[in-house]
Design a protein around this ligand. Sequence first.
Ligand code: DGL
Length: 282
Amino acid sequence: MAAMPAPGRELPIAVFDSGIGGLTVLHECLVSLPHEDFVYFGDTARFPYGDRDQDELIDYARELSEQLVERGAKLLVVACNSATAAAREALERELAGRVGLVTVVGPEARLAAAASTNRAVGLLATAATVASGAYARALASVAPDIELHAVACPELAPLIQAGGEIDQRIVDLIEAGCAPLRAAEVDTVILGCTHYPMVRPVIQRALGRGVEIISSGEAIAKQIAETLAAADLAAEPDRRGRYEFLCSGDPAEFRELGRRFLQLPIAEVTRVAVAEPRTVAP
Ligand code: DGL
């Protein structure tokens, strides 16, 4: 974790993601830390990140971080698994001494290590996240005895984002993704993609009731609270925080789709320009 400078208790916590999926993480943060202000940046113009290569994702993560830090933030949160898997180390180096950094992956790995009794843990994630090996490294560093069974579900996040309904295509993709995890008899599964909490009941049904599911939101909210407290940057607990939204794509579409993911009202959404995508989204 990068070192944090002292001032800025009144500044917001900045969160970014490849699009609207990170709103499942923001939801938990708003519930757990209602006294904090948040600014959320969804890179909807370049969604999805999950099939992009690591160098491209590092560039995007750098660009979004710089924009948010320049606007003023007391903590930067990377809610996107694909971006974290590619860019965490680069961001840690580059933001050290400027702003504290909290990312997904590590907190979920720690929760999974604590939850698993048979030491067989599953991961459902995008192709970029699985290919990066970030979860395997995070788990190996906290629990080397755990065997990780990782399954990439390339089509799932875009399908969840596109559909209003949970349809049979989604159910079939989830059944296919969970089959190797059932065969490996994992007792704990990490949802390594921001979109997957939206279909958690389908995943739980495919895995069986006895399998523990770990998602990012709660783990991240706890990590943010601890990081702010350690740096003496927490807002006054008796105030009510504000939250605002930036996106690189269409603000109306963000508002429309985002409500489903956030489960809280979304008022203003401001469009912010970003560089053209380096590759055409698959
Ligand atoms: N936020 C992304 C992730 O967690 C969602 C999927 C994507 O952009 O492909 O990986």
